[in-house]
Write a protein of this length. Structure first.
Length: 76
């Protein structure tokens, strides 16, 4: 199959589940799939940080989806 976009594979299913749940809870009004794909790299980078590093940023793992989408959804 010829694709122009990059496939992104997550090894941490928990992060994908948190992202999906967060987006479902936000409702409709934008292309969830497209926006999620645009922000996966940032979410993955944050999830790769240690718990201590996230704490220094004022975040927990559960906060990552809201943080990544804060500008769009006014969350975080």
């Amino acid at each position: 199959m010829n694709r122009t976009d990059t496939d992104i594979t997550f090894h941490r299913r928990a992060l994908m589940a948190r992202l999906d749940l967060f987006l479902v809870e936000q409702g409709m009004g934008f292309n969830v799939g497209l926006e999620k794909r645009r922000r996966l790299h940032e979410a993955y980078a944050l999830d790769a940080l240690s718990d201590a590093q996230l704490t220094l940023m004022g975040l927990s793992r559960a906060d990552i989806p809201a943080f990544v989408f804060a500008d769009l959804l006014g969350a975080a």
